[in-house]
Ligand binder design. Structure first.
Ligand code: FES
Length: 625
C-alpha cells in the first residue's frame, strides 16, 4: 500500500503502522507534542481520498471530519491514500529567523571575552614524502610534523591506525586531521586525505523534558546556520522526569527512552542538514545540555537513584562519549560533551544557563530562573551560587494545554484585550500567518488581560456573562482567543488552572529560596529569565499574574533558551567549557519540596496575582481602577 502526498511524494505504508510512523520512516516529520499518544491533536493531516481506520481519542469537529482531517498517529490505512499535510503540522527549521539570533549569539560570545577555540579543530598537514634517507614511519612522520607546529602531545586512538598508510598516500602526503583538545593533549578524531579544513560544524543541543532544540554552528566563525526544535518524544512515556524514571527502571524501558531522544536529535539534525545541503561528515562535535534525568537518558545511564532517597545520580560529571556509542547518525568518532550537572534536580541545562548569563562573574546579587517543565532557580554572584528546583509543569511549552504550542510560526505570542469593548488583539509569530495555537508568552499575556478585563476572577474562573467569547466547550467553560475557519483557539478553564499552578510554583520557588539564603526581593539587582518563550516575554504581564516578583522592569532580562545558548558558547570556546566545569563545582543545591514555607507560598500563589497583594503594590493600584 502507499500514501501519495499532495507534494507529489509517494511513501510506503502498512495497515498496522500509523500514518505518523510511515511518514517518519520516509523522512517526513510531523509535530507530535504527546509523542504519538493521540492526545495533543498536533499531528493533523487531511485525507483527500482513500479509506483509513481512526483510533483517535480526540474528537475532531464535524467540520474537520467533513474536510478529511485525521490524527496521523492514530490513523491506519486500509487502502492507498491521498493525503495533504497542513503546514502547521510539519516540523521545520527556523530558516531566515536565525540571522538575528546568530548576531546576538556572536555578540554574547564576544562579551564573554572568549576567543573562538572550538571543541574540535581541523588541521591541514603537508608531510614530506618518505625517502631512503628520511625513512621514519607514517605515524612518526605525522607526529614530527605536528611537533614542528607546536602540537607536542598527540594521542592517536588505535582505530585510526589501519587506514593511516592508505590515507596519507591517497592525498599525496597532504592530510586533514580533525582533533579535539582534552587534558592538555590533542586527540585525533578523524583523518582525511587532502585539504578538508572547511566546512566544519558543531551541534549544540538542549534536551528539555518537553522540548529538544538543536543548533547547527559554523565552528570557524560562530555563525548559527539554523535551528530546529521538536517535542521530546519521551513524552509518550510521561510528562515529567519522575514518570520517565519509573518507566526506565520499573518497566525496564531505559533503552526505549534512550532511543526516543536519540531519534529526535537525529531527525532534527537531518532536517537542518537537508535544508542547507550540509554533508553529515562536516559535523565534528556535539555539546549537549539537559537536566540530570534527561542527560542520563540521553547517555543511556541508569537514572533510578535520582528518584530515590538520598537522590544520587549515576554521575554529575560525564566522561566524553562518541557519536557511534550513542547512535547519533554522524561520523561515529566525533566527541559528545555533556554539560556537568550539580545534583539530581539541578542539571547541565542550569549550569549552561548560568554560563550564558555570566551571573557567576557579577559582583551584585542576581537571580537566574529557567522556566521549563521544572522551574530551576539560581541565586548568587561571583562569590557563591545556590540553586533550587520547583515543578512548574510543561504548560508554558504548550504541553497539557488544549491549544498550546511551542514558540514557533503560528503561535499567538501576545494578547491584548480592550477593557471597554473587550475586543481581542493578537500577535502571531511569523509573517502573514494564521494562528495555530498559543505559546507560553501568549498564555501569560492572555491570563493578565482576561483578569484585568474581568473575564476571569482571582482564582482564574471564567465569568460567563462578561464576554460573548466565553462559552461552554468540550472540556467545560472556555475563552475563545481566536475564531478561525474550522478551528478556534481557546483557553479552557482547565488550561487556566494549569497556568495558575505553574506560575504559583515559580513564585513560590523564588520567594522560598530567597528566604532560605537570608535575602529579600529588594536585594536582587538583576533577574535573568530563561525559557522557551521565543523572542518575547512581557515581563509586566508576568508580574501582573504574580509569576514574577514586582521589581523595577529594568532589573529583568529575558534571555530565551539559555540552555542551548550555553551549549553554543561551549562548543566554540575552551575557556568557557572550563568555566562551565567550575560553575558546576561551585553551585550548591537546596531542596525546596521539603520546606513548609514553599507549600504555603505555593498555595498563596494560586490566586491572581497573589493572596499577599501588598507584595504587588502596582498591580494592586491597577486592580483598584
Ligand atoms: Fe498525534 Fe499527539 S495527537 S502526536
Amino acid at each position: 500500500m502507499q500514501i501519495s502526498l499532495t507534494s507529489g511524494k509517494k511513501i510506503k505504508c502498512l495497515p498496522e503502522t500509523s500514518i505518523l510512523e510511515s511518514l517518519k520512516k520516509a523522512g517526513i516529520y510531523l509535530t507530535s507534542s504527546c509523542g504519538g499518544k493521540g492526545t495533543c491533536g498536533k499531528c493533523r493531516i487531511i485525507i483527500k481520498s482513500g479509506q483509513a481506520v481512526s483510533k483517535s481519542k480526540i474528537k475532531l469537529s464535524q467540520e474537520e471530519i467533513n474536510k478529511g482531517y485525521a490524527l496521523a498517529c492514530k490513523t491506519f490505512p486500509s487502502e492507498d491514500l491521498f493525503v495533504d499535510i497542513p503546514k502547521q503540522s510539519m516540523l521545520a527549521v527556523e530558516g531566515k529567523v536565525v540571522t538575528g539570533k546568530s548576531k546576538d549569539l556572536q555578540a554574547l560570545l564576544h562579551l564573554t571575552g572568549a576567543e573562538i577555540t572550538p571543541f574540535t579543530e581541523r588541521v591541514l598537514l603537508k608531510l614530506p614524502p618518505p625517502t631512503l634517507d628520511d625513512n621514519i614511519s607514517d605515524l612518526e612522520r605525522l607526529k614530527r610534523e605536528l611537533f614542528s607546529k607546536g602540537m607536542a602531545c598527540l594521542r592517536v586512538p588505535f582505530r585510526f591506525m589501519p587506514g593511516l598508510a592508505y590515507t596519507v598516500r591517497k592525498g599525496s602526503w597532504e592530510i586533514t586531521l580533525c582533533t579535539m583538545h582534552t587534558e592538555d593533549c590533542e586527540e585525533i578524531i578523524g583523518i582525511a586525505p587532502g585539504n578538508k579544513t572547511t566546512p566544519q560544524y558543531g551541534v549544540a543541543v538542549d534536551i528539555g523534558t518537553t522540548t529538544i532544540v538543536v543548533f547547527l554552528v559554523d565552528l570557524t566563525n560562530g555563525n548559527l546556520i539554523d535551528v530546529a526544535s521538536t517535542y521530546n518524544s519521551q513524552i509518550r512515556f510521561g510528562d515529567d522526569v519522575i514518570t520517565r524514571i519509573v518507566h526506565a527502571t520499573e518497566h525496564n524501558k531505559l533503552k526505549e527512552l534512550n532511543d526516543a531522544v536519540i531519534t529526535d536529535i537525529n531527525i532534527l539534525l537531518s532536517i537542518i542538514c537537508n535544508a542547507h545541503s550540509i554533508p553529515i561528515d562536516s559535523i565534528d562535535c556535539f555539546v549537549v545540555a539537559g537536566n540530570t534525568t534527561m542527560t542520563h537518558l540521553f547517555l543511556g545511564l541508569d537514572p533510578s537513584g535520582i528518584r530515590e532517597e538520598p537522590y544520587i545520580p549515576t554521575a554529575n560529571a560525564f566522561p566524553l562519549s562518541f557519536a557511534g556509542e550513542l547512535g547519533i547518525k554522524v561520523n561515529p568518532n566525533i566527541p559528545i560533551y555533556a554539560f556537568p550537572c550539580v545534583a539530581s534536580y539541578v542539571g547541565g541545562d542550569i549550569v549552561s544557563g548560568v554560563l550564558a548569563t555570566q551571573l557567576y562573574k557579577k559582583q551584585e546579587l542576581c537571580i537566574f530562573i529557567d522556566i521549563g517543565t521544572n522551574g530551576e532557580i539560581v541565586i548568587g554572584n561571583a562569590e557563591w551560587l545556590v540553586a533550587a528546583a520547583c515543578s512548574a509543569g510543561p504548560c508554558f511549552e504548550g504541553s497539557g494545554i488544549q491549544h498550546g504550542m511551542r514558540a514557533t510560526d503560528g503561535a499567538i505570542e501576545d494578547v491584548k484585550i480592550n477593557h471597554e469593548t473587550l475586543e481581542v488583539e493578537l500577535k502571531i509569530i511569523g509573517e502573514n500567518i494564521k494562528p495555530t495555537g498559543i505559546c507560553g508568552s501568549g498564555m501569560i499575556a492572555a491570563i493578565a488581560e482576561m483578569f484585568f478585563a474581568g473575564i476571569i476572577d482571582q482564582k482564574g474562573k471564567l465569568q460567563k456573562d462578561v464576554s460573548n467569547r466565553v462559552r461552554e466547550g468540550e472540556n467545560g467553560l472556555e475563552f475563545v482567543v481566536y475564531s478561525g475557519e474550522g478551528r478556534d483557539i481557546v483557553l479552557a478553564e482547565s488550561d487556566i488552572e494549569n497556568i495558575i499552578r505553574a506560575k504559583a510554583a515559580i513564585y513560590a520557588g523564588f520567594s522560598t529560596l530567597l528566604k532560605e539564603v537570608g535575602y529579600t526581593f529588594d536585594d536582587i539587582q538583576k533577574v535573568y529569565i530563561a525559557g522557551g518563550f521565543g523572542k518575547f516575554l512581557d515581563i509586566e504581564k508576568a508580574i501582573m499574574i504574580g509569576m514574577l516578583p514586582e521589581l523595577p522592569k529594568e532589573r529583568f532580562q529575558y534571555m530565551g533558551n539559555t540552555s542551548v545558548t550555553g551549549a553554543y558558547l561551549c562548543i566554540l570556546s575552551r575557556k568557557l567549557r572550563a568555566e562551565a566545569e567550575e560553575i558546576a563545582k561551585k553551585m550548591t543545591y537546596i531542596e525546596l519540596s521539603v520546606s513548609h514555607s514553599f507549600m504555603n507560598e505555593y498555595i498563596s500563589g494560586l490566586f491572581i496575582p497573589h493572596t499577599n497583594i501588598d507584595a504587588f503594590p502596582n498591580v494592586k493600584k491597577l486592580m483598584k481602577r
